[in-house]
Design a protein around this ligand. Structure first.
Ligand code: UD1
Length: 369
């Protein structure tokens, strides 16, 4: 027997995550929607794009995310292989779960694959972190962003330029919702714990004294730029300590080019609390990550982005981010830039306030019924 006339069946939602930053962006959304729709079904699918313990389980544990309901175990592969495996393995899960909505975060291969699968099954898609554009279609993430946005019914954005980007691509305004930044929700929720974690002290480093480095993008680590970058980091390490937790992709490339790295404090990937602890106490950050440009903006830590472009221009206009370009030689400018930096710290961008996920939950709840 179906639901009585006039009543609406509890909402069924599937959340699809696959990589480290996906967990961070989605955890507070699941929490807010569980609280908002306690009668609903909230099923978590982990595609397995990231599978090492330090890239995956540690994050889910620290973020308080319950064990996934479905593990797709797609692992690594070419873009087509990884995308195809997610699609093949997600389709029967969605057929079983029969969700009213599939929620996908960010811009990784798992995001795009899940959006295509759901949209083809006629299931509405919600995209968290919609509307970002680097305008660089050589980046796999840019293709994933464009496809996901065009297939989504609810587009949750966290900066004004995302609105402009989506309008320019003809996406109807009624689908776009400016809610704020769910990655910052997680940071705000964890602030007491990461401030107490003392990761820098464990390495014998004083707060504000060191540069924290993360690098993993193919444009930087898959070719000849990696050994040049490592050489520049080694030179920087003669001026200030350089701490570098190494992503598995970068580790593999460093081994293959046998890049020498004197003076660098290299480590395995860190858990999120330890990483945020190091980030919050850093004198500066050098990165090619998207999320770290935002986290440093919120925390007021100087960030230098070793990329030709950013899909997050608000971090350079309203935040603390400097776009260096895709040129390892620019690393040598960091000490001087730090010395000339004006005092004070900018206000975080609008709605980066720890409550984005609650706004998403309200909009999702309203969309049902
Ligand atoms: C992916 C995302 C990128 C995101 C990053 C966050 C795409 C296209 N890229 O890049 O946008 O910023 O995640 O970290 O989706 N590997 C392991 N263990 C793991 C995961 C990966 O050893 O747990 C190694 C494998 O050798 C793999 C390589 O890292 O081939 C790359 O992993 P992959 O998921 O394909 O892309 P990322 O570089 O992590």
């Amino acid at each position: 027997m179906g639901p009585e006339q006039g009543t609406v069946a509890p909402m069924r939602i599937v959340y699809v995550v696959g990589t480290r930053p996906n967990f961070v962006k989605t955890a507070p959304v699941i929490g807010a929607l569980r609280a908002r729709l306690p009668e609903g079904r909230h099923a978590l699918v982990h595609t397995g794009q990231h599978y090492d313990r330090m890239m995956s389980e540690v994050f889910l544990e620290e973020l308080g995310v319950p064990a996934p309901d479905h593990m797709l175990e797609v692992g690594s592969g070419s873009h087509a292989e990884q995308t195809a495996r997610v699609m093949e393995r997600l389709e029967p899960v969605l057929a079983e779960e029969l969700p009213d909505l599939v929620v996908v975060p960010g811009d990784v291969n798992s995001t795009m694959a899940a959006a295509v699968t759901a949209a083809k099954m006629g299931i509405p898609v919600a995209h968290v972190e919609s509307g970002l554009r680097s305008f660089d279609r050589t980046m796999p993430e840019e293709l994933n962003r464009v496809v996901t946005d065009h297939l989504s019914d609810l587009l949750f954005i966290h900066s004004p330029e995302a609105d402009d980007n989506l309008h320019a691509e003809g996406i109807p305004a009624e689908r776009i919702h400016f809610v704020g930044n769910t990655m910052i929700d997680t940071l705000v929720a964890l602030e007491g714990r990461f401030r107490a974690a003392g990761a820098a002290a464990r390495l014998g480093l004083a707060p504000g004294s060191y540069v924290l480095v993360t690098l993993h993008r193919p444009a930087l680590v898959d070719g000849s730029l990696l050994p040049k970058t490592i050489a520049r980091l080694a030179a920087l390490a003669r001026e200030m300590p350089v701490v570098f937790p190494v992503h598995p992709r970068t580790r593999a490339m460093m081994e293959s080019v046998e890049a020498d790295h004197p003076g660098l404090l290299l480590s395995e990937p860190l858990g999120y609390l330890d990483f945020l602890s190091l980030l919050a106490d850093a004198g500066a950050v050098l990165t090619d990550s998207g999320g770290i440009q935002e986290e440093t903006t919120y925390l007021g830590i100087p960030c230098f982005t070793l990329r030709a472009n950013t899909e997050r221009p608000i971090t350079t206009t309203a935040g603390t981010n400097t776009l260096l370009g895709l040129d390892p030689a620019t690393i040598s400018t960091i000490p001087q830039a730090l010395a000339q930096r004006p005092p004070g710290r900018p206000e975080p961008p609008p709605l980066w306030d720890g409550h984005a996920s609650e706004r998403i939950a309200d909009i999702v709840a309203r969309s049902h019924g």
